[in-house]
Unconditional design. Sequence first.
Length: 162
Amino acid sequence: MLTYEQIIKKNIPLEEAVRRFSRPFRKEKRLVFTNGCFDLLHRGHIYYLSRARELGDLLVVGLNSDSSVTKLKGHGRPVNNQVSRAEVLGALAFVDYIIVFEEETPMELITTLQPDLLVKGGDYEVGEIVGHLEVASWGGRALTIPILEGYSTSSIINRKEP
């Protein structure tokens, strides 16, 4: 079981990630990267993130900051702030690290970390994944994981209760 302190320590700045995931480290470990808003964590996220972690030795999640979520999703989003979203993600045993980013896309994280695998949900085509060409340029690959139908944050928010 993770302690609260261990959960908090999973949230790291990009500079620390660069130090931790150096070339000598990477010869022995396969780094998987994914990103998202993860505003209301649900069963679909759990499935997707756990499957992503199975593909490598380390799962790093790029988490959209509050301002970038608002730019992407509109007024009223995020429902939960970035500190809360990072802590909830950090409580998942299969998420190794979280890096909050301000930009609308995680391109800087991807090009800086140079993951072996770049993973998104099956609602994307590989060619639509931000950074897929860059990852291929250093010998990595981008792929998608099938989504669980009926599980999305938008559908939960828009659900009409009887």
